[in-house]
Design a protein around this ligand. Structure first.
Ligand code: UDP
Ligand code: MG
Length: 317
């Protein structure tokens, strides 16, 4: 039985040798269980010598396959390319930096073999070694998104998972350009089991995710899976219109019935309301813009990635 292991790589020349060694150990120990492997390295436009390192592996190993992108398209695109190229009955995605411990893979394989589930996914239960602020915002993100969307995205869920072919095919059918895999994995359904592990720090190099990139990713995730923010804008509009109406009645009663007239009438409150309403309108426009912008990009129908070199096609396994 063939198992595909997909590794998205962006500037990972330092970590790849460690990972490759671990994968070879894995292959060695799983051979007796009748498992064969293909290692699919997707080089996501790295600027360092990642390409050379991967070619080095491929030269001496027929199980190594690779796709090189023409530029950096992001991890989501790299995962999609890897899934498309994969031919295994089981398929796993794992990071190049050893933060997704390959040592968990045998346990994952057993779980699928024993038909306990269709997807077995890893979840970090600690965020040790991560900046506190970042963990805080990450937790908040999961709280907010899970309130808004219909499927549940687990806190600490990673992209690291082993799936059956049927799941991979389902994921590939969701061919949207702006991908948010954590949501896509949850959306396709199937029986999912979780393996919990403590956070592992990357073996070499540094993270590619700045705070800003993560923030954008969070917005992408929400917009990709729910239109709730649009409704929020509508509700805020209604609420402020209603408040304005109450205010109107209040002034009407004051002036017409109680005959109270302000001599220098409410300049500060006026200013506050104008600013408040202006803010609401801009916010609503912004939310609208997020959706329209994405619709625009999606309708262009551009490919998810462009390959510069693809060794995975037309080769027998
Ligand atoms: N990655 C990628 N393209 C990118 C950014 C990251 O293929 O544009 C890969 C990276 O090489 C690694 C994985 O995605 O294998 C996770 O990246 P990283 O370790 O930087 O993220 P973190 O673990 O900090 O979330
Ligand atoms: Mg990492």
């Amino acid at each position: 039985m063939l198992i595909s292991l997909i590794v998205p790589c962006y500037n990972e020349e330092q970590s790849l040798p460690y990972l490759y060694e671990a994968l070879c150990d894995l292959r060695g120990s799983e051979e007796k269980n009748g498992k064969a492997f293909e290692f699919i390295f997707v080089n996501d436009g790295s600027r360092d010598n990642t390409a050379g390192v991967i070619k080095g592996f491929a030269a001496g190993d027929k199980d190594v396959r690779y796709i090189f992108f023409s530029r950096n398209f992001g991890k989501e695109a790299a995962m999609y390319a890897g899934l498309e190229a994969s031919r295994g009955e089981y398929v796993a995605i794992l990071d190049a930096d050893m933060q997704d411990p390959p040592s968990l893979i045998p346990e994952m394989i057993r779980a699928l073999d024993n038909d306990e589930c269709d997807i077995i996914a890893a979840r970090r239960v600690t965020r040790k070694g991560e900046p506190v602020i970042r963990s805080f915002f990450a937790r908040m993100f999961y709280k907010i998104i899970n309130r808004m969307i219909e499927v549940e995205i687990a806190d600490g869920a990673r992209d690291f998972r082993l799936m059956r072919r049927i799941v991979v095919d389902a994921i590939l059918r969701l061919s949207e350009k702006q991908r948010f895999s954590k949501g896509i994995f949850a959306w396709v359904g199937f029986r999912t089991k979780w393996i919990e592990h403590v956070n592992v720090e990357r073996v070499a190099g540094e993270t590619k995710w700045s705070f800003w990139k993560l923030f954008k990713y969070a917005i992408d995730g929400i917009v990709a899976f729910t239109t709730a923010p649009l409704r929020l804008a509508t509700i805020a509009g209604f609420a402020s219109a209603f408040a304005a109406f109450l205010y109107m009645i209040y002034y009407f009663i004051r002036a017409v019935i109680l005959r109270i007239y302000d001599t220098v009438p409410g300049y500060p409150s006026l200013l506050c309301f104008i600013l408040f309403i202006g803010g609401l309108i801009l916010m609503a426009l912004g939310v609208l813009g997020e959706y329209i912008g994405r619709t625009y990009i999606e309708t262009k129908g551009r490919p998810i990635y462009i390959t510069a070199e693809d060794e995975t096609t037309g080769r027998d396994i």
